[in-house]
Design a protein around this ligand. Structure first.
Ligand SMILES: C[S@@+](CC[C@H](N)C(=O)[O-])C[C@H]1O[C@@H](n2cnc3c(N)ncnc32)[C@H](O)[C@@H]1O
Length: 340
């Protein structure tokens, strides 16, 4: 993997957890590129005329990589935390407890860390001192990840972090020397099959377990149902597969990639279950979901506009429930005998 910069963020120097507003545009050089406040960019693949590429469309040619808004990642963090599969933690803990060289503490690589929600969830659920290496290609998100990093393990041991800017799709076994664990959250579905193969090769080559959570499964359930639900869902899934990205095929592809390389793979469901208490997330998710569907199938536009208005009104009235299915995957590579 190519890493452009490395910054170390000792936990003791980190201030209280910030919200996105604690970092100004000037600090990160966004200025007039800031996205309109009514749309949280990254919530769904919707590009408005004149907007920069802040959505998860595959970059082509010289275009910038897709960007994710910290506001969107913050909005989804509690739903992600509630959705993650706890049942995968015991087999993971057993593997980590049996690691050779664990006395020096765990080294965890979080790939596509965004603002660091995976570490905030997982670090306090694992015993022992931990050093987290947070990888992302977006320095703006890495900034948030560093200042809001976890500080203590389940048993009170120290947790430290460093951030590493780079392309996780080019991870090599060398980059994982000394690693105890690789994690990712909401990443696999924005990778290609080749990139997932590369990831599996790196983890299994290093004998490193991988906990890869919250990959979209391509299924959503809205209650009450609507005649357009299926058409929108199919168009959205097609949009996710644009440019060779795996989208809803990510977990199947990852299972194959790890199993082909000798790893034991476990998959558990990790659905978002959104009701009246999650109106803000549901509204933003709906806009992104319908927007992507229309981008994929412009002929849906008229009907989709009316559909979205109806769904948003029901959401505001507390009369809509949405289940967005995801999967969590734990891959236990054969240990190679070293630290990893
Ligand atoms: C949907 S966000 C998830 C962020 C975080 N893991 C979470 O669960 O909140 C996907 C993240 O992966 C990063 N990302 C996507 N592809 C990447 C790549 N090839 N190399 C590095 N980072 C990547 C994006 O910048 C973004 O922060």
């Amino acid at each position: 993997m190519t890493s452009e910069t490395t910054t170390t963020a000792p936990v003791g120097a980190i201030p209280a957890q910030p919200g996105p507003a604690d970092v100004t545009d000037a600090e990160v050089g966004r200025g007039s590129e800031q996205v309109p406040s009514e749309v949280i960019a990254g919530a769904g693949p919707v590009v408005r005329p004149g907007e920069r590429a802040t959505v998860r469309l595959r970059e082509t040619g010289t275009e910038e990589p897709p960007r994710y808004a910290p506001e969107w990642l913050e909005l989804r963090e509690s739903a992600d935390a509630a959705a993650r599969s706890h049942d995968l933690l015991d087999p993971l803990r057993i593997r980590l407890a049996n690691l050779p060289g664990k006395a020096g503490g765990l080294v965890v690589h979080d790939l596509g860390c965004g603002t660091g929600s995976m570490g905030r969830w997982l670090a306090p659920r694992l015993d022992g001192s931990q050093h987290w290496i947070l990888h992302d290609r977006d320095p703006y998100l890495l900034h948030f990840a560093a200042v809001a990093s976890p500080r203590a393990a389940a048993d009170g041991s120290r947790v430290t972090v460093e951030t590493r800017r780079g392309d996780v799709a080019r991870l090599t076994p060398d980059a994982l020397v000394g690693a105890s664990l690789v994690t990712a959250s909401a990443l696999l579905d924005v990778l290609t099959r080749e990139e997932v193969d590369t990831l599996a090769e790196a983890c299994t080559g290093a004998g490193c377990p991988a906990l890869l959570t919250l990959s979209v499964a391509g299924r959503v359930e809205l209650t009450p149902s609507h005649p357009l639900d299926t058409e929108i869902a199919e168009a959205f899934n097609a949009h996710q597969r644009r440019g060779g990205l795996l989208g809803p095929d990510a977990v199947t592809a990852a299972c194959e990639a790890f199993a082909d390389r000798g790893a034991t793979v476990k998959v558990n469901p990790s659905a978002w279950r959104l009701g009246p208490d999650e109106k803000a997330l549901t509204g933003q998710w709906l806009r992104g979901w319908v927007g992507a569907a229309v981008e994929e199938r412009p002929e849906l536009a008229g009907r989709a506009d009316a559909y979205l208005a109806e769904r948003l009104a029901a959401n505001e009235a507390g009369e809509l429930r949405v289940v967005v299915h995801h999967s969590d995957l734990l891959a236990l590579a054969r240990p190679t005998g070293g630290t990893s």
